[in-house]
Design a binder for this molecule. Sequence first.
Ligand code: AMP
Length: 222
Amino acid sequence: MVRVPTKLVTWEEIVEWSMGLARVIKESSFRPDVVVAVSRGGYVPARLMCDFLLVDNLVSLQSQHWTEAAKVAEKAIIKFPYKLDLSGQRVLLVDDIVDTGDTLMLARDFILSEWRPAELKIAALQWISPVAKIKPDFYYIEVKEWIWFQYPWTRHEDTVQFIKRILLEERGKEWTYEEIRARFEEGYGIFVGDAYFRLALESLVELGILERRGGTYVAKTV
Ligand code: AMP
């Protein structure tokens, strides 16, 4: 049985944490000209930084490490290494969380060598201090024990992945909606709400991973 310590993060918490992070930045002497969102996790926090710090300029860079929920890929990569001239600009590089730190280190090094800003600082809502290889210049929450944060912007994809893992453990078994829900809550300790749960089951059927048989669901064997 898969068990992953997970915390469901609400939109309200995201606004509160982002406002807190913006305050930490404001209390420093750093005033960014451009915000760079690390795609995809940094999009919402970066947009909120622009709002709370009144910054107009927002671009993004896709540096990817974790390909699916709570499963790390081998290596971080810059997906679309485009050219940009940021000479003379003070850059705030924003992500949701620093876990291993690989994604951010890669994005930082790429920006410094290719986009050549005058200055670059890193901000993240959360920093998992015992495992991260870097400490962001600005963060709002220090996480002392590893946990998977189920952010609102990955709620659907995480739910799809989590349900898939549960059902693939027992291929061929017929599950009712309530049984899947109970196993999900047991494994992840969160409930994402019926709308997300039903949407995830629908996506798994569309992806050909699940089969719907009347009122039950079965994980396909091939
Ligand atoms: P990393 O390169 O390990 O610092 O993480 C890269 C990205 O994966 C983060 O910016 C998040 O979007 C996602 N991620 C990694 N660890 C977690 C976690 N514990 N909870 C939620 N998302 C995570």
